[in-house]
Design a protein around this ligand. Structure first.
Ligand SMILES: Nc1ncnc2c1ncn2[C@@H]1O[C@H](COP(=O)(O)OP(=O)(O)OP(=O)(O)O)[C@@H](O)[C@H]1O
Ligand SMILES: [Mg+2]
Length: 213
């Protein structure tokens, strides 16, 4: 059914110079699904997420978000309907934990009270305490940074959450905890998740759909 597709990637081709990364690639992501993208290093997983997020423009083909073609005109609005956990640590170093978490809320012009309440509500979801909020990213641990990144990606209630190897730099105990947490968040929010991972067991825990690149 056309309406149940949150993201449609249609016939996309993308090259860096003469290196073809994606060649006529298509995929649909249904509303509320959790797709894990697997594939060897360099196969184009991060490139695909960047194209969905509008950070890269394919040379051919198109991306539709809820049946709307992603265009330069609606890109900013559509990007605000997405949350994005980038590969590696991607917090803004000059912003506090709270400011990082509330980044999209602020762009959406939510009030300070709203931001505070929303972040307070989300903190327990990722097992973080309020005393972390005034700290800067270089004052917290790797696992804490990943959790902050996850809150930043979901705080504005996006329709889509894109995650690029969000747990790869973590020890196995923290990774297991965060996997369960993300699974829990997905079940609660029914958002459409697209996550890149190198780990097939991780994909099997989280995914409703698998995509091999
Ligand atoms: N900015 C760039 N300029 C030129 N080539 C690039 C650029 N970014 C990525 N590539 C190349 O494009 C290919 C796909 O990169 P991409 O980052 O999508 O891979 P990936 O599947 O996410 O890999 P990994 O699992 O290692 O993160 C790789 O061969 C990479 O070297
Ligand atoms: Mg990558």
């Amino acid at each position: 059914m056309e309406n149940s597709k949150t993201i449609s990637v249609e016939n996309i081709s993308f090259s860096y110079g003469s290196q073809k990364i994606l060649d006529g690639f298509s995929a649909d992501f249904e509303k509320g699904s959790f797709t894990c993208i697997l594939g060897e290093s360099g196969s184009g997983k991060s490139t695909l997420l960047r194209i969905i997020n509008g950070l890269l423009l394919p040379q051919d083909g198109s991306v539709k978000i809820e049946n709307d073609l992603l265009t330069p005109e609606n890109l900013i609005q559509k990007r605000l309907e997405m949350g994005y956990v980038l590969q590696g640590n991607s917090l803004f170093p000059h912003l506090t934990v709270f400011q990082n978490m509330a980044y999209c809320l602020k762009i959406l012009k939510k009030s300070d009270v709203f931001c505070k309440e929303k972040i307070a509500e989300l903190l327990p979801l990722v097992g973080l305490k309020e005393d972390l909020l005034p700290k800067f990213p270089d004052e917290i641990s790797g696992g804490q940074k990943q959790r902050v990144g996850i809150i930043r990606a979901i705080a504005h209630d996006p329709k889509i959450v894109l995650m690029d190897e969000p747990f790869s730099a973590l020890d196995s105990e923290t990774r297991d905890k965060l996997q369960l947490l993300v699974k829990d968040i997905h079940q609660k929010l029914q958002t459409t998740f697209v996550m890149v991972t190198h780990s097939r067991p991780e994909a099997e825990i989280l995914a409703t759909h698998l995509l091999e690149l």
